[in-house]
Design a protein. Structure first.
Length: 74
């Protein structure tokens, strides 16, 4: 029984590590940004119901706060 538990835990650990590795892989067709690169333009909805486009905010300080919904009530 203990050996079975260790095998299951090992499979779960390997699966988790593989998901982390693949989640960080570059997406084909998207630019790979380096430190100091200018951010590409994007548009996102705000929590206030408005839509924000980065190019319209150039020259201003922009803080992007991202809160994933996973494991939250969000």
């Amino acid at each position: 029984m203990r050996r079975l538990l260790l095998v299951v835990l090992a499979i779960v650990a390997v699966g988790y590590l593989m998901s982390v590795v693949f989640a960080q892989a570059p997406v084909p067709g998207q630019p790979e940004l380096k430190v100091g690169d200018q951010a590409p333009d994007f548009t996102l909805p705000g929590t206030d119901g408005r839509t924000y486009t980065l190019s319209k905010l150039r020259g201003q300080h922009v803080v992007l706060a991202w809160f994933p919904k996973a494991f939250t009530a969000g």
